[in-house]
Design a protein around this ligand. Structure first.
Ligand SMILES: [Zn+2]
Length: 338
């Protein structure tokens, strides 16, 4: 062992034994945006054994003020976040086995993606994926360290540490409105770092087998308001996600093409089942004559088509920018892919 972790081992609650536990830990980071960048960087520097980070997006100029793993060059090259994150995280600490996966997490793939990890760090940007991950983590029997932030406000809660604690589904009606997003009301980087720090502190306590009471913690860095409350009484005996008769409702969805209007972004996402494979090389060649500003790299094909910017990812997702109309997006996809 090098001196790399000596100051962390000197911290008495961790010590050498705790560092060994950190080294043996396998962490799944759901999302490589702001919270994912910050949380993954802390975990990699702490020396976890294995870290998987998944994200469906590419890096944009609007990300750089808060997504600390990325550079201007990453935007120019239109790199997927999961690809750039893996590169940067591996450069930070080569001890860690980092995997970056460019994928949209869905009911069809979430269990396979998360299986084999010791815990899940929540760094997604939407409640649907968060509820899906909550169900998947409960079904797999691994903790889910929930975290969310918008504006100057952040919220954290560790789920699945103890059976008598509520899950995200139990708390759904109690939590603040989920309708505000970073794309509609903005966000400042200090709340990202604060929220991720709370999550990672709880993760380190869990990994090192430090006893702690999971609390719902909230902070507003602009007003200075803070709260840490015990929510044990909010556990619902009949919860379909965490009761003894759990049916994990968010995991059940048919295998079919999924469509989603990305909130506040004037973009429609189309996602095909895993069974449909895309060959990016042949696709790029097939559309070369009918599109403009074609960009093709190993991860995606991006271009302008009929006034829309379109991106097709290797995992079979297409983003159609410049519309909120699903039918318009489907027509474009049908016109290009058949
Ligand atoms: Zn529950």
């Amino acid at each position: 062992m090098t001196a790399k972790y000596s100051r962390q081992e000197l911290f008495a609650p961790i010590g050498e034994e705790g560092q060994k536990r950190i080294r043996n830990a396998s962490v799944f980071v759901l999302g490589a945006g702001a919270l994912g960048s910050s949380g993954a960087e802390m975990l990699v520097r702490a020396g976890v054994g294995r870290l998987t980070i998944v994200d469906r997006d590419i890096i944009e100029w609007t990300n750089l003020h808060r997504q600390q793993l990325y550079t201007e060059q990453d935007v120019i090259e239109q790199l997927p976040k999961a690809v750039a994150a893996k590169k940067r995280l591996t450069a930070l600490n080569s001890d860690v086995d980092v995997t970056g996966i460019v994928v949209d997490v869905t009911p069809q793939n979430v269990l396979d993606l998360m299986a084999g990890h010791d815990l899940v760090l929540d760094a997604t940007d939407n409640i649907e994926t968060r509820l899906l991950a909550n169900d998947a983590a409960l079904k797999l029997g691994i903790p889910f360290f929930m975290g969310a932030c918008v504006g100057s406000y952040g919220l954290t809660f560790p789920i699945g540490i103890e059976d008598h604690q509520p899950c995200l589904h139990c708390l759904l009606e109690t939590l603040p409105s989920q309708t505000l997003t970073c794309d509609t009301v903005g966000v400042i980087s200090p709340i990202v770092v604060t929220t991720a720090a709370r999550q990672v502190a709880d993760v380190l306590k869990y990994i090192t087998a430090t006893s702690f009471e999971p609390k719902l913690e909230s902070t507003d860095l602009w007003t200075g308001n803070r709260a840490a409350i015990s929510v044990t009484s909010m556990k619902k005996a009949e919860c379909p996600s965490c009761s003894t008769d759990a049916v994990y409702p968010f995991l059940s969805a048919r295998e079919s093409m999924k469509t989603a209007v990305l909130c506040g972004r004037d973009t429609v996402q189309l996602a095909w089942p895993i069974s449909r494979k895309f060959e990016l090389d042949s696709f790029a060649n097939s559309i070369r004559g009918s599109v403009s500003t074609l960009l093709h790299n190993p991860h995606l094909v991006a271009f302008e088509y009929n006034g829309h910017r379109v991106v097709l990812f290797r995992d079979g997702r297409m983003l159609v920018h410049g519309t909120k109309d699903v039918v318009t997006a489907k027509k474009i996809a049908a016109g290009l892919l058949g």
